[in-house]
Design a binder for this molecule. Structure first.
Ligand SMILES: Cc1cc2nc3c(=O)[nH]c(=O)nc-3n(C[C@H](O)[C@H](O)[C@H](O)COP(=O)(O)O)c2cc1C
Length: 242
């Protein structure tokens, strides 16, 4: 009698597992279908040879100023890609902190993964995307460290806790627990109660572009793309197929 009950419980449990598994698969499939059904037509703005600036830095400035007024949470967020010495690319978001005709500056830990990659292969790219404006900008070129003085000018403007954070974080290295990091910050508060010096391993990088691409979403996937390439110190502009 007990045996029969045991078997019946087992069968019921198996059926329950199969049912919940197939339910899970159905949900998953539905989610996947949902993704492939997401479709949006872009029609807000356009870009053409007559309106685009001859100087890509000017064109960048126009779009960045638009983004700054666009009520984005992080309008200056940019994906920076670097390549390892084994030719493996990697990307991460950083915040653009300044730009001018010399290039595009962000700040980080020089001993981080990106820092190590840049030290071995100085070529990198930046990618901005402002969804509300249906715009993307690609920038490619060489990445160089900015001067210590420039880094320091920025570092002193950072909040006290962020300056301590720069010291505390051995960025990209394994961390045993969050508590280890908090303890490090506490010790640093004692060491630097007021002035926090710029760490040697922290500072800015400048991407010096030799290529830009401005992408404006258009109707029916017939987007506008303009590529700028630096050839003999002059910017050559070409429209690209979408
Ligand atoms: C919105 C946002 C802004 C970020 N800004 C920076 C930044 O300015 N500098 C930085 O080093 N990391 C920044 N990070 C963290 C990086 O994405 C990344 O985790 C970190 O730099 C380590 O990257 P790595 O291990 O590839 O060197 C930001 C992340 C996000 C999501």
């Amino acid at each position: 009698m007990i045996r029969i009950m045991d078997i019946s419980i087992k069968i019921n449990m198996t059926l329950l597992n199969i049912t919940s598994y197939s339910f899970y698969i159905t949900i998953l499939k539905k989610k996947m279908e949902d993704l492939s059904n997401i479709r949006r037509d872009y029609s807000k703005f356009s870009l053409d040879k007559n309106s685009i600036k001859n100087d890509p830095f000017e064109q960048f400035d126009i779009w960045m100023q638009d983004a700054l007024k666009g009520e984005f949470l992080e309008p200056t967020a940019v994906a920076v890609s670097t390549v390892s010495d084994g030719n493996r690319p990697s990307s991460r978001i950083v915040l653009l902190k300044s730009y001018d005709e010399k290039g595009f500056v962000f700040y980080t830990n020089y001993l981080s993964r990106k820092g190590n990659e840049i030290a071995k292969n100085p070529y990198g790219s930046m990618l901005f995307f402002w969804d509300k404006f249906e715009r993307q900008i690609r920038i490619e070129g060489k990445i160089e460290k900015i001067t210590k003085e420039e880094s320091n000018n920025y570092f002193v403007k950072r909040p006290y806790t962020s300056r301590l954070g720069a010291w505390a974080s051995e960025q990209s290295k394994p961390l045993k627990s969050r508590f280890t990091l908090i303890r490090k910050v506490a010790a640093l508060m004692v060491k630097y109660p007021v002035d926090v010096p710029l760490p040697d391993f922290w500072g800015g990088y400048r991407l010096i572009p030799d290529e830009f691409e401005f992408w404006q979403g258009r109707e029916s996937r017939l987007h506008d793309r303009f590529q700028y390439k630096l050839l003999n110190n002059k910017w050559d502009i070409e429209r690209l197929m979408p």
